[in-house]
Design a protein around this ligand. Structure first.
Ligand code: BT5
Length: 274
């Protein structure tokens, strides 16, 4: 009887350190730090990584008070409703030439976990995960450097699970939703979904160097073959057709004059063109 009862256990109790440990027990994680409330799990993970955290160590929190997106944009993680997780990786030498693919790897892990719930998620290049054209998750990759070498990577993942996690529209540049919205019913417990995401991280880690990863990234790419606007920092937005992802994770775009450019993973964001 025990295994069939497990999801009921998860539904009946809010996430806490114990329930998270139980959900992740089958994974070979390096370590786990759980917080009821924290500023940013990425900040904690960066400090822990600099202090010697082992590969595949995890920082997770029920609530973030200073959650960050790229360029220090605010990321909302209200308590009791979302996943805020940072994964620490110590990339082996054979993965180092492929680290530009990290954001795609993380996005594909979330896409796979959504597919297991019957949801077809799309990746708004480079770091947003969409369901029904609304953002349900974001990824923030940061590095700990040792001289010119990357010592550790911190992959921050924020996922809106319950409706209450979705910020007010006025705070957003792009529409947002939650797994609960997309499913139209009670979503899985957060620790259960996080375990699926981490399983999927392991699945794709073994394939980080392969063409299969780039192919899957292209298949999940939102706005492929469509006209998009590219916003890079303060520069005037440029426009073009999104052609696909290159082997180094950059986006191939065809401008109106036929010129093809590669947009590198950086502080850029995409919007569909009205
Ligand atoms: C991201 O940045 O999408 C990366 C978000 C990463 C968050 C995780 S949570 C765990 C870890 N700890 C952290 O402190 N961060 C990571 P970006 O592409 O820059 O998008 C940021 C924008 O998304 C904001 O400016 C808002 O418009 C929007 N946004 C904020 N919170 C949101 C939410 N909960 N759902 C959907 N959109 C949101």
């Amino acid at each position: 009887m025990f295994p069939p009862c497990l999801p009921v256990y998860f539904f009946a109790f809010p996430m806490n350190e114990r329930s998270l440990q139980t959900a992740l027990a089958h994974l070979n994680i390096g370590g786990l730090r759980y917080f009821d409330s924290i500023g940013s799990t990425n900040d904690e993970a960066l400090a822990w990584a600099a202090d010697g955290a082992r590969d595949f160590s995890i920082v997770a929190a029920d609530e973030q008070t200073r959650g960050r997106g790229r360029l220090n944009r605010k990321w909302f993680t209200p308590k009791g409703s979302a996943i805020a997780m940072s994964l620490i990786l110590r990339p082996a030498a054979d993965l180092r030439p492929h680290l530009a693919r990290t954001v795609g790897w993380a996005a594909l892990a979330i896409v796979k976990a959504c597919a297991e719930l019957g949801l077809a998620a799309r990746i708004k290049w480079p770091n947003d995960i969409l369901l029904d054209a609304k953002k349900i998750a974001g990824v923030l990759v940061e590095a700990v450097w040792s001289g010119d070498d990357i010592d550790a990577l911190v992959i921050g993942v924020g996922i809106n699970v319950r409706k209450e996690s979705v910020p007010p529209a006025a705070a957003l540049q792009f529409p947002a939703a939650s797994l609960e919205d997309a499913l139209g019913k009670e979503p899985p417990a957060r620790e259960e979904f996080l375990a699926r995401v981490l399983d999927a991280f392991i699945h794709w880690r073994a394939r980080l160097r392969t063409d299969e990863l780039i192919q899957a990234w292209n298949e999940a790419l939102a706005f492929r073959g469509e006209q998009i606007q590219i916003h890079a920092g303060d520069e005037t937005p440029s426009a073009g057709e999104a052609l696909g992802v290159e082997t180094d994770g950059s986006l191939r775009v065809r401008h109106a004059d036929g010129k093809i450019v590669l947009v590198r993973v950086g502080d850029v964001s995409l919007r569909p063109r009205a």
